[in-house]
Design a protein around this ligand. Structure first.
Ligand code: C5P
Length: 232
């Protein structure tokens, strides 16, 4: 059986809630994602507590600074034991190379993946920032740059999976948020795919938050999605 691709987004600043969810969900998911909200509130100890649940952790901190500073941050983050840490591809090749090199301060370094274009940005926002071309063109351009810089993969929206897979090949990790079970509440996500559609399009890992964390029984919600994907 292939590994469970579901990474649950624990979008909370509460260490107690995150730990409770981690315990409920650990048997039904492939990983847990914590982001800036959680890390800002709970720091390295909070991250270590989630890592201690025994499930792979994606540390969604989206580092973006000069190479020296990103390397310094990565040297502090890599030993926390996360399986995946991310940076912004728009920080440039030197920054991405510095992040990967710094992560190797631990044996069995975390995978380093890059955010291409935030899905909150539309074509008009990119134009206002002086970026020519469509969001999709920019995503593919940054994904290729990330790959050339030694980055292990990217975060991209479901609509971008095919183009990134075609440009970057099979061995490049594609992590996709904006995933909703068929018939599920979309929340503020606009362009969604179901879990099986996203996998068929070429995603490796699916970041799913509210459809699981907001369910009356989060473990059951996760189990159902995993079952739909042919897991367990
Ligand atoms: O609750 P939901 O399934 O929408 O959560 C998706 C998670 O993925 C959230 O943590 C959100 O911040 C994150 N994310 C996203 N779109 C991106 C990058 C990250 O929804 N482009």
């Amino acid at each position: 059986m292939t590994a469970n691709p579901i990474y649950v987004a624990l979008d909370t600043d509460s260490a107690e809630r995150a730990s409770a969810l981690a315990q409920q969900l650990r048997a039904h998911v492939g990983g847990l994602k914590v982001g800036l909200e959680f890390v800002s509130a709970n720091g390295p100890q909070g991250v270590r507590a989630i890592v201690a649940s025994g499930v792979p952790v994606f540390l969604d901190v989206k580092l973006h600074d000069i190479p020296n500073t990103v390397a310094g941050a990565m040297k502090s983050l890599a030993p926390l034991g996360a399986a995946i840490v991310n940076v912004h591809a728009s920080g440039g090749a030197a920054m991405m190379k510095a992040a990967v090199a710094a992560a190797a301060c631990v044996t069995n370094r975390p995978k380093i993946i890059a955010v291409t274009v935030l899905t909150s940005l539309e074509a008009a926002d990119l134009a206002a920032m002086g970026v020519a071309g469509s969001p999709l063109e920019q995503v593919v351009r940054l994904a290729k740059l990330a790959k050339e810089s030694g980055i292990d993969g990217v975060v991209c929206s479901p609509q971008e999976i095919g183009a990134v897979r075609a440009a970057c090949g099979r061995d490049f990790l594609i992590v996709t948020p904006g995933v909703r079970p068929a018939g599920g509440d979309l929340g503020d996500q606009k362009r969604v795919m179901t879990p099986s559609e996203a996998l068929k399009a070429g995603a490796d890992l699916l970041v799913i938050g509210r459809p699981i964390t907001g369910a009356a029984d989060p473990a059951e919600a996760a189990r159902k999605i995993a079952a739909e994907l042919g897991m367990n």
